[in-house]
Design a protein around this ligand. Structure first.
Ligand code: NDP
Length: 472
């Protein structure tokens, strides 16, 4: 079994004091070391974007879900109705289900169950599943030079949750498998409450009792700090890591359950489940399982290695992800599309090829980093660029940037594969409405923005070495 701890070994530690001249030779001496990580200063464009998102992101989520609930998933009808004066905002609002005790109970039980699985059930899967990396793993080096340990047990949490779901659906019948769909809007209020509580708590914690003060960043701008976070890796106790918990569970564990609930609703309403619904469940199920199978690897992705924990991650994981990533299944409850065989096979092929590219590109980087370049990429020894960087305490690290395989073709071919998969989910819904295509539009914006952010981050981190890499 591979250990991700070796990744950090690839970044050899050396002290700046022993390194001065050597550093200049390797890195052009002007790696802006203290800048690595998220911004210290806020430009007007970032501030405007943040204010826009804080004000409108919750409304966008509400608008999409309400459109399905009241307008059969038409995004234009509510607007037209309002503009023509046929309806007032108060009409729409009065038809919106409010928070209920049932939803509050379901949501509290759900989150509490995931907390228990995360915090109190050590991983067993890595002991029995060959090739799976779980249990205690190390994250990447933070800008302050800290290497955090994580209890990686997401796959186990996902399996236990789904076994219980199916046991209930087919045997115990304690609750209906349509429970999520049936309480979808009341649950939205609960998810929002948790999202805001956790983001606000993270902000207060960053000021008054941070887990690691050296990895905190304050821009002085309240809105920016609230949105993008102050603490890098907020924790309660030694193991309860906010980023790992909220990123994966409750959001991503819920993703497949939400889709299953939509499929159950189709069955209840129409007496059968369409092939488009099966495709959405299968393709998104592969993506979710991939996430949990590779959870240890995700410790090295931008969410964990770059982003601080604020509203963007806290509210985003609680509300944005479960509600907007699952729009295709929701749409198919209202519009049960039955695809012809050729279209279904074509969409399946697009989704699987996209997944293959996504996984192989990620795998190549992971294998390369884990073995410190002692591996084969497409049957040959990999080409790479040697690079170095510094943490704020002046410790110098060495690393390598791969220029073979998919990483020799483009800087983020994994994003290309991800976008192909995203398009496949949307295509299952046909072309009658724009709503299910939100996902591909959003992912294109998200991943393009990520390319720009990553470019900035890697240049800040590696300086001239990054220039050499991009030139190569
Ligand atoms: P990447 O996996 O592309 O990671 C970028 C980081 O990898 C860089 O910051 C750098 O980190 C390192 N790196 C860059 N180039 C190289 C190279 N040539 N050789 C070795 N290391 C390199 O991006 P993300 O972390 O954003 O994404 C991970 C996956 O998650 C992607 O497949 C993406 O599609 C998916 N994703 C999905 C989302 C969703 O909502 N569904 C959201 C975001 C991501 P360093 O050198 O510092 O280690």
């Amino acid at each position: 079994m591979f250990s991700f701890t070796q990744d950090t070994m690839a970044a050899h530690r050396e002290k700046k004091s022993e390194e001065g001249n050597h550093r200049s030779a390797r890195n052009g001496a002007h790696t802006p070391q203290a800048q690595w990580g998220r911004a210290w200063e806020v430009d007007w464009f970032s501030l405007a974007s943040i204010l826009f998102l804080l004000a409108f992101a919750p409304l966008i989520v509400y608008y999409f879900i309400m459109s399905c609930d009241q307008y059969q998933c038409s995004l234009t009808d509510p607007l037209i109705n309002l503009l023509m004066g046929n309806k007032h905002l108060s009409d729409i609002w009065s038809k919106t289900p409010s928070l209920t005790y049932t939803a509050a109970g379901i949501y509290t039980a759900w989150v509490a169950f995931q907390v228990i699985l995360y915090a109190f059930v050590p991983d067993f899967c890595h002991k029995v599943l060959p090739g799976y990396v779980g249990g205690v793993q190390e994250g990447a080096v933070t800008p302050a030079g800290v290497v955090n340990k994580y209890e990686v047990n997401g796959l186990q949490a996902w399996i236990i949750t789904h076994i219980l779901w199916f046991a209930n659906a087919y045997y115990f019948h304690y609750f209906s498998p349509t429970i999520i769909f049936d309480n979808w809007i009341p649950l939205l209020w609960c998810a929002n409450i948790l999202g805001y509580v956790v983001s606000t708590f993270a902000m207060i914690k960053g000021y008054f009792f941070p887990t690691n003060a050296k990895d905190c960043k304050f821009t002085g701008n309240f809105f920016y700090d609230y949105m993008m976070g102050i603490e890098f890796n907020p924790r309660i106790g030694k193991w309860f890591d906010f980023k790992l918990f909220f990123n994966g569970r409750p959001g991503i564990v819920a993703w497949t359950l939400i889709n299953l609930s939509y499929a159950a609703k189709q069955q209840e309403l129409y007496g059968h489940i369409t092939n488009s619904m099966i495709l959405v469940n299968v393709l998104q199920g592969i993506y979710v399982l991939d996430y949990f199978w590779n959870e240890a690897w995700y410790l090295k992705t931008i969410d964990i290695c770059h982003d601080h924990f604020g509203w963007y991650l806290g509210w985003g994981d609680c509300v944005w992800l479960p509600y907007l990533y699952t729009l295709q299944g929701l749409y198919l409850v209202y519009h049960p599309v039955q695809l012809c065989t050729a279209n279904a096979v074509g969409i399946l092929a697009l989704g699987l090829v996209g997944y293959y590219i996504f996984r192989m590109t990620n795998h190549q980087k992971d294998l390369f980093r884990r073995t410190n370049g002692n591996c084969k990429i497409w049957g040959e020894k990999p080409d790479y660029i040697e690079c170095s960087y510094m943490s704020v305490d002046g410790t110098k690290y060495y690393s390598k940037l791969l220029t073979s395989g998919f990483w020799g073709w483009a800087r983020h071919f994994n994003y290309t594969g991800d976008l192909m998969g995203s398009l496949a989910y949307c295509l299952t819904c046909g072309f009658e409405h724009i709503l299910p295509y939100f996902y591909i539009i959003y992912m294109t914006i998200l991943l393009t923005h990520r390319c720009i952010r990553d470019e900035h981050r890697c240049y800040s981190k590696y300086g001239k070495d990054w220039k050499r890499y991009t030139a190569a």
